[in-house]
Write a protein that binds this ligand. Sequence first.
Ligand SMILES: [Zn+2]
Length: 69
Amino acid sequence: MSEQLKLAACPFCGSCGGEIMDFRGHLGNRIQCGGCNVSTDTFLSYEEAHAAWNTRAATGYEEESERAS
Ligand SMILES: [Zn+2]
């Protein structure tokens, strides 16, 4: 087992199997969905980007449904 962090499914197209991509670099780290191209902000640490993605993924559905109604 690797120590790769788990990424939550995309909150916008998680059900369609969009590939979740992570971009890591010394200039910044972010997580992006290959399905709908939604991405996190760019963070200095990958862990922060990862946390932001999972937080967004966990709350995205609620925010979206509130906005739609
Ligand atoms: Zn997506």
